[in-house]
Write a protein that binds this ligand. Structure first.
Ligand code: MEV
Length: 308
């Protein structure tokens, strides 16, 4: 049996503006992962794809062209120049679905890696990332490419669309709490709604995207310098700008306020928004206290992640 996996991710700074060419910063969250296993099946059966957590099973042959599991399997087979194998591919994941944590990109990455290993082949990360990006388009419409990049490279990334990928290391560990609002974040719809508003008021939105881009660049300096106090303030500023572009919600604002009240250095929504997660930057000693306040404010799940 062949097995492969990929981590979740969070966007620290720059979501949405990144779709319009501004920079963004994302980090992997290896505490949650998607895993794909492939085993040989009886001859003639073809490839069966099983999403074990969702109780879903599709055969490659019977699947619709826009089924994301089948799409990534088909793209991978074509890329490798391999015919459909007689095999059973099972996917499991601990990454919250529709939480802005890259669950779709991680599932696709795990599938590509498992199939590549099944055929005894190797693919460089840029090719894995490109295949996953193709399927991200089915999930998201106009993705920037940041999700597939951070999930595949499994390193903190400073990402600008269509530019060479830059990975980097924090000057001091970042202690993050990732709190799930329990409301799904529908990336495709939220990204499309932002686009509609940008088309109506391009000058206003371009100004806000520029401001976000400036915050991202300051944040990168603060991360590399290990200056978590400056970084916390920048998270607060980024959240305000995301509110202005209309992607927060009363629930997300409440979690952000609760985190700050509990002693976080800064907090913001992460990912597409209108639901999904908020992230809070904390000092290690304050993590338990902030987690408690987040739960009291309604967080359905809190993940503690240290980025090094
Ligand atoms: C989604 O994880 C992040 C967004 O910026 C969309 C994208 O970059 O494709 C909202």
């Amino acid at each position: 049996m062949i097995s492969a996996s990929a981590p979740g991710k969070v966007i620290l700074f720059g979501e949405h503006a990144v779709v319009y060419g501004r920079p963004a910063i994302a980090v992997p969250v290896p505490q949650v992962r998607a895993t794909a296993t492939v085993e040989v099946a009886p001859g003639g059966e073809g490839l069966t794809l099983v999403a074990a957590d969702l109780d879903r099973e599709v055969s490659l042959r019977g699947s619709s062209p826009d089924d994301p599991l089948a799409a990534i399997a088909r793209l991978t087979l074509d890329h490798l120049g391999q015919p459909e194998p007689d095999a059973r591919l099972v996917v499991t994941s601990t990454i919250p679905i529709a939480g802005g944590m890259g669950s779709g990109a991680a599932v696709s990455t795990a599938i590509v890696r498992a199939l590549v290993a099944f055929f005894g082949r190797e693919l460089p990360p840029n090719e894995v990332s490109r295949l996953v990006y193709e399927v991200e388009k089915l999930h998201h419409g106009t993705p920037s490419g940041i999700d597939n990049t951070v999930v595949v490279y499994e390193r903190p990334v400073y990402f600008v669309r269509d530019r060479r990928i830059e990975t980097f290391s924090p000057g001091a560990p970042l202690h993050l709490l990732i709190a799930d609002s329990g409301t799904p974040s529908r990336t495709k719809e939220v990204v499309a709604a932002v686009r509609a508003r940008w088309e109506k008021q391009p000058a206003r939105y371009d100004f806000l995207f520029d401001r976000i881009g400036e915050v991202v660049d300051e944040a990168r300096e603060a991360i590399e310098a290990g200056d978590v106090y400056t970084l916390g303030g920048l998270m607060d500023q980024n959240h305000e700008l995301l509110r202005k572009i209309g992607v927060s919600s009363p629930e997300l604002d409440e979690l952000v306020e609760a985190a700050r009240y509990g002693g976080a250095l800064g907090a913001k929504l992460s990912g597409a928004g209108r639901g999904g997660n908020v992230i809070a930057l904390v000092e290690e000693f304050a993590a338990d206290e902030v987690e408690e306040v987040l739960r009291a404010a309604g967080a359905k799940r809190v993940i503690y992640a240290v980025v090094e």
